[in-house]
Design a protein around this ligand. Structure first.
Ligand SMILES: *Cc1c(COP(=O)(O)O)cnc(C)c1O
Length: 389
């Protein structure tokens, strides 16, 4: 599908039935409970036999509009939402795994996800095999050795490694495993894991979907039986998305097409420019021909996203000198916003690791993660130029 058709869905999808009295936007529905005139109609909704709402921990009209819009964008059977991206990830893993199961994933997952793999799941008797993210052969081999769930994240944070979804999903299917992919970095504009064979796609809506760094949320889309299973886990454990955040995320998603188009183009330009700069030793961006998995990225992505990272010749000293000079970069632990946001993984995503552990993950001390905003690309390049001078 053309990305521009997705941009249309980002504006219109999932809202029609929830627009009140001809309004252009869905209402922010703050009601905690929805009532019924008789036991029969109440029971029909409560048992899921008729559409409707019972209690806001399950869902609510504004939250449902958010879920439906994302469901259409990911071309999924079903979708549900969560208070945060981590709630989406943890609920998915806790609902679908049982003691004795084996999970296969990669070493470079998001920091919070990595904590679940390293600490929480082993504590509950789930075996976790974490493979070298750029070694598809090793991942395929690990799947063959037993796998209940394959968990991928591509591109990864902060080194933008790419894994082949279609190939590994096929291997997982042969092993009878469920395939879940964190699609936060790519967004549904640039990549649709379900179309590549995944069963489930996860988003931290906090990042690109919302796009304005003012609301947290998470989502799970995909096979109905699995999404329902996770939904029933979430409605009990209570990590539900609230109506106001759902509204902000919905409003942000209206411009997803425009934002991603701009951010794809600017990030590629900036990555190419940085590659030529004498103070830069390494630029990680899947859109660059020099990226080790560029061919895989070009096959499974329509655009390469807004995040890149680059390493300075003089390590952390260089980072300390350059960061404060950047006028058009919010120095913070976030990404995917309309503002350019950035920082060193050593103080953000990988703060809990030692320099040696970061080096083993391919994260030099001089690395800066750069989440390209929607500012003019010439202005961003000029800003980098003066800061690096
Ligand atoms: C931020 C992020 C998460 C976690 O999302 P929160 O909304 O902060 O809980 C998960 N995966 C990726 C790739 C992320 O960037």
């Amino acid at each position: 599908m053309k990305p521009s058709a997705k941009a249309t869905d980002a504006v219109w999808a999932g809202e029609e039935e929830l627009l009140l009295t001809g309004a252009t936007t869905v209402p922010v529905s703050f009601g905690v409970a929805h009532g019924y005139p008789d036991v029969e109609s109440w029971q029909a909704v409560a048992l899921g036999h008729a559409p409707g709402y019972i209690y806001a921990r399950n869902t609510n009209p504004t939250v449902e509009a958010f879920e439906q819009k994302l469901r259409v964008l990911e071309d999924a059977e079903d979708a549900t939402s969560f208070a945060t991206g981590m709630a989406a990830i943890s609920n998915t893993l806790f609902a679908l795994l049982a003691p004795g199961d084996r999970v296969v994933s990669v070493k470079d997952t998001y920091g919070g996800t990595s904590q679940i793999f390293l600490n929480t799941l082993p504590h509950w008797g789930v075996e976790v095999a974490l493979c070298d993210t750029s070694d598809a052969d090793a991942i395929e081999k690990a799947i063959g050795q037993g796998c209940a769930l394959l968990y991928l994240e591509t591109p990864t944070n902060p080194t933008l490694k790419v894994t082949p979804i279609e190939r590994l999903a096929a291997a997982a299917r042969r092993a009878g495993a469920i395939v879940a992919v964190d699609n936060t970095f790519a967004t549904p504009m640039n990549q649709n894991p379900l179309a590549l064979g995944a069963d489930l796609v996860i988003h931290s809506a906090t990042k690109y979907l919302g796009g304005h760094a003012d609301a947290m949320g998470g989502a799970l889309c995909g096979r109905r039986d699995l999404v329902r299973q996770v939904y029933h886990h979430r409605e009990i454990n209570g990590a539900s998305l609230d109506a106001m955040s759902a509204y902000l995320l919905l409003r942000g998603m209206k411009t997803l097409g425009l934002r991603i188009e701009r951010q794809n183009a600017s990030a590629l330009r900036i990555a190419r420019w940085l590659e030529q700069h004498p103070r830069i030793t390494q630029v990680n961006y899947p859109g660059l021909e020099s990226h080790p998995q560029h061919a895989v990225a070009a096959e499974q992505m329509r655009g390469f996203g807004g995040v890149l990272s680059f390493a300075l010749t003089d390590g952390m000293e260089g980072v300390k000198a350059v960061l404060p000079k950047l006028r058009l970069m919010h120095r913070a632990a976030n990404l995917g916003a309309v503002e350019t946001v950035g920082g060193p993984p050593a103080t953000t995503s990988h703060v809990e690791c030692t320099p040696e552990e970061r080096a083993a993950m391919g994260i030099p001390e001089g690395l800066i993660r750069y989440s390209t905003g929607i500012e003019d690309a010439d202005d961003l390049t000029a800003d980098l130029q003066q800061a690096l001078a």
